[in-house]
Write a protein that binds this ligand. Sequence first.
Ligand code: DAV
Length: 361
Amino acid sequence: MQMETDIKNHMINSFNEWDPLEEVIVGDMFDATVPELDIAVRATMPEDQISFFAANAGKEFPSGYVSKASEELDIFSETLSKLDIVVRRPSKIRKSTPYSTPHWQTPGGLYSAMPRDSLLVIGDLIIEAPMAWRSRYFETDAFRPLLKEYFQKGGKWIAAPKPQLLDETFNPHYDPETPYLTDRYAVTEFEPTFDAADFIRCGRDIFVQKSHVTNDFGIEWVRSHIGRAYTIHKIDHRDAGPMHIDATLMPLCPGKLLIHPTRLNTIPAQFKNWEVRKAPLPTERPGHNLYMSTSWLSMNVLMLSPDTVVVEAGERNMIAFMESWGFNVLPVNFRNVIRFGGAFHCVTADVRRRGELQSYF
Ligand code: DAV
């Protein structure tokens, strides 16, 4: 009994993507800076944005877009607060400062907008991810005050081995079309790298995709650190430019799995008794440039509970789809945030949900 009480009182307690949300970190856009166009960035960014990255590395993103996205993030945060969800924000640390290691230098960082990428929350543990982009080397700094506080209040906190990100980490001959067949990803197996957003949690089962930022070494590192209570399953995808699983495979609640219509080669066997539906087409937004993603961010939703989902207000198909699947939809305007590569799942790290470790399969 004593143990159960302890678990319920943990500051960090988040085993899946849907238990009722109690506390969440929401990212911010402070000093968002265009990242250096290194090999791993090149491999994952939209083709029509490559010249923008090449010309603007280390400079600020167009400030009008940044301030509009900031406003949307603030409104989203207030909306969650009004629902009695505790919202925490990163501290304001400059991103436009050049930095170097003994081996390389870069004109600056990126942003603190997407804690889903840098912080992997599993149960009562937060893991700082060893991210492959040199521009994201210090990204967790802005979250350190929160991480220290969570630790002091009983959470567990570790950082994966800091990668060196030497040239050996990257494969200039990565396969831009079928890396899932040739196994030629932008990151080599020189050292463990992963972005937390390549993992998605369903209690005792965690799904991961190998990608241009997450290698097998990184996946094995996570496996060896989270213990026997969990099983990690590598998904069989056919994404030409994979980076992050959360616009490909989105478990919404026990029994309901949302998938991208074409990116999965096979649906993981664990879901055989779940209802699996393909995401509807995203809203077309002519002239609305997305610097860092496809429009499939329409799938990048956040569950507030097993029956309530946050969807981008302009995604009419997705809203209707979710309603007809039995969910309550909270529409939130995020049209400017999505320019920067993420929607509601990406901009959050759900540190506490009301629930316990279970098996759903
Ligand atoms: O469709 O560009 C976005 C994933 C965001 N974490 C895409 C994938």
